[in-house]
Design a binder for this molecule. Sequence first.
Ligand SMILES: Nc1ncnc2c1ncn2[C@@H]1O[C@H](COP(=O)(O)OP(=O)(O)OP(=O)(O)O)[C@@H](O)[C@H]1O
Ligand SMILES: [Mg+2]
Length: 269
Amino acid sequence: MMGQGPAPFLELQGVTKRYPNGTLALTDISLAVGAGEFLAIVGASGCGKSTILRHVAGLVAPTSGRIAWAQPAATGGIGPGGIGMVFQEPTLMPWARIQDNVRLPLDLAKVPRAEADARVSALLAQVGLADFARAYPRELSGGMKMRASIARALVTRPRLLLMDEPFAALDEITRQKLNDDLLALWREQRFTAMFVTHSVYEGVYLANRAIVMAPRPGRIHADIPLDLPYPRDEALRTDARYAAACRTVSLALAEAMRPPGRPSGESAA
Ligand SMILES: Nc1ncnc2c1ncn2[C@@H]1O[C@H](COP(=O)(O)OP(=O)(O)OP(=O)(O)O)[C@@H](O)[C@H]1O
Ligand SMILES: [Mg+2]
């Protein structure tokens, strides 16, 4: 399957996860991610989306199965050249200025201060926060805090960016703007992206591939290529191909939610 696609980057091989309390969160997840791909992971609440990201980030270990990396260097964990992670909440340190929040991963990696400052400034400019470098998180709007979180995740130039519903709490306009900014960063920095979202529309707008998960226990129900051209912009939102792709993913999601044994016709009695 990876034959003519992008070079392999990481692969979940038969990953099953049972949490200590007995919850079977994932069962037999096999998923190969190519270098530079942008994956959207969609599925109902509780179907194991965050659990997949936690495994890839190395924050939890599978009960069985494994995560294989094409290049061992990519496993470097969260930090320089490794993995960047953006959570649903911006998780900024309230007592530190935005520039200090964004510089934190570089400080932890002992990157020389002058170089770190230069990278922080460049990235803050890219996410539209140049004028807020010296502000505190409480002085920023929700969308601006999220921009700062994205800058912090990208400042180490990770090869893999994991995002767990990063824009769920934002209004639609801000969310669409951040989607465009994220795509611009992705096209420029060429990282591999795994983006969890509840929104089919957001996932299809961003990704070149949608992974649709089914619940109880969490498993992959469908793996749908999204062959819409990049760069993507507002015009795509009214494009018939976009509407068709959204419909395909939505139908797969509805199918994934159907309890076992229920007929698959569209007209539920
Ligand atoms: N640390 C934990 N200990 C025990 N069970 C957990 C733990 N974390 C998650 N779970 C359970 O594992 C299942 C998958 O959880 P997960 O957080 O991965 O779902 P999700 O798809 O991200 O959901 P949501 O869309 O609500 O964020 C759920 O049933 C959840 O209750
Ligand atoms: Mg989650």
